[in-house]
Design a protein around this ligand. Sequence first.
Ligand code: PMP
Length: 369
Amino acid sequence: MTGTEGPGQVGVPLVARRDDISALEAYHSPQLDVPVRLNTNESPYPPPPDFVDAWLSALREVPLNRYPDRSARGLRSAIAQQQGTTADRVFCANGSNEVLQTLFLTYGGFGRRAAVFEPTYALHSHIARITGTEVVVGERREDFALDIDAAAALIAETAPHLVLVCSPNNPTGTVEPREAIEALLAVAPGIVVVDEAYGEFADWSAVDLVSEERPLVVARTYSKVWSMAALRLGFCVGPRWLVRELDEVVLPYHLAAPTQLAGTVALRFESEMAARVQRLVDGREELVVELSKLEGVDVFPSGANFVLIRPHGRGHRLWELLVDRGVLVRDFSEWPRLDDCLRVTVGTVEENQRFLAAMREALPEVTEA
Ligand code: PMP
C-alpha cells in the first residue's frame, strides 16, 4: 500500500478497518540472519528424534479427510494427567496466544476492561485492544515485582473483567510468589489469568491453585519447554465452568489433528523434556553468575529461560555491538520502563559462551566515558 491508497480508491473498499485497530502497532520481533539467535525465547534444542518418529507414524493413521476431534479429548486427557487435574479443566488452542485471545473474546470486549502490570508481555495489551477491551495499566516496582498494594488499589478502583499476570514475567524474568496471586484473587471481581508460558523454568506453578471456587486460569505453552514452537500448541487449566465457556467461543475444529497428536505424543517424552529444562536452568544460572562478574551492567533475577540485563547506559549501542559479533538478543532499550535493557534467551552451552564473549568485548565500549 502507498500513502495515497485508502477507502474509496480503486480496489479499496469504502469501509475502512476499525479506527482502534489502525492505531495499533504491529507486534513483532525483528529477525536478523546471524549465527547466534538468542532473541525469541525458543528452546535451543529440537525435540527428541524419537518423538518426531512416533508423531509422524501416528499421523499416518489419521483420516485426513475428516475434521479433527473437535474437543481434543485425547490431548486434554493427556495434559490433565500430566498436570494432575481432570480433562474438563483443560482447554487447548493454537499456542498460548490463542488461549489468551479466547479468554479475551469470552470475558473482554467492548465496554470491558483488562488490567496489566507493566512492563510485561506486550501481547496481553495488544490482544486486549484487538478485542476491543480497554487496557488498565498498573506499574510494577523498580525491581519489576508486582506492587501488591498498588495492584489491589487499581483493581478496586477500575473493577477489571480480566487481570493478567505473567509469571515468570516476560521480559523481566520475575516470578510472583503464591501470596501475590492469592492477594489478586482476593480482590479481583473478574477472571485472573496467570500466563505461565515459562512456568516450567520456575520453582512453583499457580496450576495448583486452580479450583471451581476461584476465577483463576493458568496458561501454558508447548513452544518453549517442549521445543514445539513451530507446531503452535498451548493450553490453560481453569475451573470447569470457564473451560466450558471458552469451548463455546473458540472456532469449531480450530486445533488441527497433527497438532493434537503432537501434544499427546510429546507427553510420552517427559523425562527427556525435564532434562532439557534442567540444562536450561543450569545455563541460566551460569549466565547470571558470569554476567554479574561484569562491570557496568545490572542483571535481573530470572525464573525463565531468559535473562534481562541493563547496561549503565547506551543499551541500543550494546545491542548493535553484539549483532556485529554475530549475537542477536532482544532490544528493549527504547521501551517504556525498560530503558537500556536487553533480554537474552538461554541457548546451548556454546551459544551462551559466544554471547558472554561478545559481552566481554562490547560492554567496555559502551561504558567508557
Ligand atoms: N505468553 C508469553 C509470556 C510469551 O512470552 C509467549 C511467547 N512469546 C506466549 C505467551 C505465546 O506463546 P505461544 O503462542 O507460542 O504458546
